[in-house]
Design a protein around this ligand. Structure first.
Ligand code: CAA
Length: 389
């Protein structure tokens, strides 16, 4: 496989790197400590075209490919994973879902604003008692002729209080199981939408995570996405692409920690020489570099399959599983290389270590990714297709 980047992809990568270093880095420690949403930073990301990267320019998007998107997420995540999850949810769950399955009217009304960042979107699938077991939706939407009446509670919603538009998954006919689930576009200021308290999290603390309750919310009939009963497949298909975004986030967190550890190892002296001259440190860096590169290949490959119009469900799950584990393992190693300095906020690696953990949990836990991969194995799909370009 040849992932030599086009000039356009290199420009996107460079723009994201510069933005991360110049705009995100200066305040990242304070935003994390204060759990402060990066409002102006997200506005700027929107102006730069990073919030609707893959959307058709006809709907104000960037018209870019998935690999460009992945490159941008990787660079942003090296510095600020709170920012990259906001970006990832808006791009791959909300914009992609609406562009792929929405009507022209949905795109005109919602996507044109979501792709510029004028509005931010949220993806509301998880519930207090339906996380991994996503078909067990307790939120209901009852057909009332020209509208649905929506009732229920969603949990762990990224962009919970900052979003203007929610894509909400709800049960419309419990007897039909997953075929009785629908997806709806709900405006955040609709009567009956209540935003719960902000979650005080281990990592990605500057991102905005809330529970949201819907109490007799009237959702116009035309705000249902797709045919009646399409909601579960909408969620699964959208999450398949979302997982590539989170895999890229995990890759960026790991690569950011590696870059910091490498720099520190070159500067810090112990026993009369820079610690990078000690084999104990060299071996850690060698392992980090190798596994991060392996994660990168999986992530780029999944993006490549998506761009090629091939099935990317399995590749996305493999990329997320491996990149998330790599992020967790090697952010811990980066802290270890920093010694005591790694344990304090000023050196950034402790934050990356805290941020890494969520990549093993959201948009499908590592166990769910293994389940998806195992099912492919059982179906006789042993590996993703190999392409030599
Ligand atoms: N694409 C399209 N259809 C799919 C699909 C996919 N990737 N995966 C499953 N389906 C379809 C199946 O084909 C099946 O349809 P048919 O019966 O018509 O064939 C239907 O969906 C049900 O599939 P399963 O029988 O496989 O369903 P299951 O109950 O066994 O669950 C699961 C499958 C993979 C475990 C799924 O529930 C899952 O992915 N769970 C994890 C949920 C998750 O990722 N949550 C993340 C929350 S969102 C978030 O974190 C966002 C954020 O804010 C950061």
């Amino acid at each position: 496989m040849n992932f030599s980047l086009t000039e356009e992809q290199k420009a996107v990568q460079e723009a994201a790197r510069t933005f991360a270093q110049q705009v995100l880095l200066p305040g990242v420690i304070d935003r994390d400590r204060e759990m402060r949403f990066p409002k102006s930073e997200i506005e700027e990301l929107g102006q730069l075209g990073f919030l609707g990267m893959m959307v058709d320019p006809a709907y104000n998007g960037g018209g870019m490919d998935t690999l460009s998107y992945v490159l941008a997420i990787e660079e942003i995540s090296k510095v600020d994973a709170s920012c990259s999850v906001i970006m990832s949810v808006n791009n791959s769950l909300v914009c992609w879902g609406l562009e792929t399955y929405g009507t022209d009217a949905h795109k005109e009304k919602y996507l044109t604003k979501l792709s510029t960042g004028e509005w931010i979107g949220a993806f509301c699938l998880s519930e207090p008692e339906a996380g991994s077991d996503a078909t067990s939706q307790r939120t209901t939407a009852v057909d009332r002729g020209d509208h649905y009446l929506l009732n229920g509670v969603k949990n762990w919603i990224t962009n919970g209080s900052t979003s203007s538009v929610h894509l909400v998954i709800a049960q419309t006919d419990a007897e039909k199981g997953h075929r009785g689930i629908n997806a709806f576009i709900v405006e955040a200021d609709a009567a009956g939408v209540q935003i719960g308290a902000k979650e005080d999290k281990l990592g990605i603390r500057a991102s905005d995570t809330h529970s949201i309750s819907y109490d007799n919310v009237r959702v116009p009939k035309e705000n249902r996405i797709g045919e009646d009963g399409f909601g579960f497949k909408f969620a699964m298909k959208t999450l398949s692409g979302g997982r590539i975004g989170i895999a890229a986030q995990a890759l960026g967190i790991a690569a950011g920690a590696y870059e910091l550890a490498l720099k520190y190892a070159q500067e810090r002296e112990a026993f009369g020489k820079p610690i990078i001259k000690h084999q104990a440190i060299q071996f850690k860096l060698a392992e980090m570099a190798t596994e991060i590169e392996a994660a990168r290949q999986l992530v780029y490959h999944a993006a490549y399959l998506k761009d090629s119009g091939e099935n990317y469900d399995l590749a996305g799950s493999m990329a997320k599983l491996y990149a998330a584990d790599t992020a967790m393992k090697h952010t811990v190693e980066a802290v270890q290389i920093h010694g005591g300095y790694g344990y304090v906020k000023e050196y950034h690696v402790e934050r990356l270590m805290r941020d890494a953990k969520i990549t093993q949990i959201y948009e499908g836990t590592s166990e769910i990714q293994k389940l998806v991969i195992s099912r492919s194995i059982l179906q006789g799909v042993l590996a993703t297709p190999v392409r030599i370009a």
